[in-house]
Design a protein around this ligand. Sequence first.
Ligand SMILES: C[S@@+](CC[C@H](N)C(=O)[O-])C[C@H]1O[C@@H](n2cnc3c(N)ncnc32)[C@H](O)[C@@H]1O
Ligand code: SF4
Length: 455
Amino acid sequence: MKNNNKNNNKIKITIYSPNYYTYGAMVIGGALQKSNTKYNIKLIKNIDDNNLKLLLKSDFVLLSLYSTSQIIDENLKNIVNFIKRKSKNTKIFVGGPVSAYPEIILGELPVDGVIIGEGELITPNIIEGSKEGLAYRDINNNEIIINTPKLKKLETLHADLLIPNNIANQSIRGANVYIETHRGCIGNCTFCQVPKFFGKEIRSKPLDEVLNEVKQFKKRGVKRIAISGGTGSLYNFKKEVNKSMFIELLEEVSNIIGAKNLSVPDMRVDYVDEDTLNAIKKYTIGWVFFGLESGSDNILKSMKKGVSVKKNLNSIELAKQCSVKVGGSFIVGAPNEKEIDHLLTKDFIVDAELDDIFVSMAEPIPKTELCNLVLDTDIKNNPSFKPHNGQYKKLNLTEGEARCFDLMLHSENWKSNPNMITKQLYSILLNESKKDGKNIRNITELIFKYDKYLI
Ligand SMILES: C[S@@+](CC[C@H](N)C(=O)[O-])C[C@H]1O[C@@H](n2cnc3c(N)ncnc32)[C@H](O)[C@@H]1O
Ligand code: SF4
């Protein structure tokens, strides 16, 4: 490999995570830094003239991607094509949760390879020329080679993070950074990427290492921290929830950063109780976001959510009794969702009186069960494509978009703190539904294009 930087012999590596410095990008940066002091590593999240020059001067560009829509994003494609045209010696690798479907990435982006799975152990070796854990195109016959990593995943998480100096300037849903306390989820939800990518076993980071990271972030000016990881209360889960460790985690982190600056949003309704909710109230901003998904038991069952509508309502009630604010996430437009399911979800929202509500259209993330269901469904019957002929007919929406729009309007009316539907709010929600609808159609077309790798 020819080194672009002749002056100081350092290998230049630029990690580009579009829009945000993701935790994953910081983990990879830290792992590389630790593995070799001869690496000159930069982390970027946007493209301006300086960063474009930096990319062209790099020996390696690592694209850290977490969502399917990033693979088909025209801007990203243009950047990759530009680097390939202008700097023949720069190698570009893609990593992150999208690496679960390397054939799609290699089909859509002219990159040199895809780093498969959790990258912290294998990326340093790949930079040194190893092909273990790399998917790439064989230049002789254009075939895709997938070298599944032989290295075991980390059982106990450790991370030496590369934290950018301007981390405190970013806001991801109100937090400067989402930190990782554990990986994996015991849930089986058919639409979800978390157990598919990280697995169903929970692997946690020792508390002192979490606290050390929080201190490092604080030193860099970070004010607000959120704990990510699918389901917060699964921290140190081993056969059962380790309530005391979860509570200790919240207490200790909030001692450093302050309760009003800490949130632990993602929570499953069946993995909270009075003690955990009281701790959330005491040591965080006092909010939970449950994945409620639907007001129809049939849909919850088909999503393998593992809980019923009644359980959802009971946990919302319990959280309110503990003075915890409750947000709920809903999914509309799954191929098997019927009009009656949608009506049941609207009734549920009235009964639940949630403090905040997120509605998204079902995204067929490649390799999930939902993806298979979408591939098995005739496009004509797929709500993301089927024209809507009901009350919003004039708006030219698909059935999925109409349900998304309808549920968002309904949510504004029935939140604990309702909003009046002004013209402006109406058009914001309409545009959001259309944008979501377009994104889902693009992803659906993508999975049909690569269906031979998915079924
Ligand atoms: C709020 S968290 C889930 C919290 C918690 N782990 C649970 O399951 O209750 C993530 C939410 O993002 C939404 N989501 C995840 N994957 C999705 C997909 N493929 N399509 C649409 N929405 C999705 C779901 O509403 C999901 O509940
Ligand atoms: S939706 Fe929540 S519970 Fe279900 S698999 Fe994903 S993270 Fe786990």
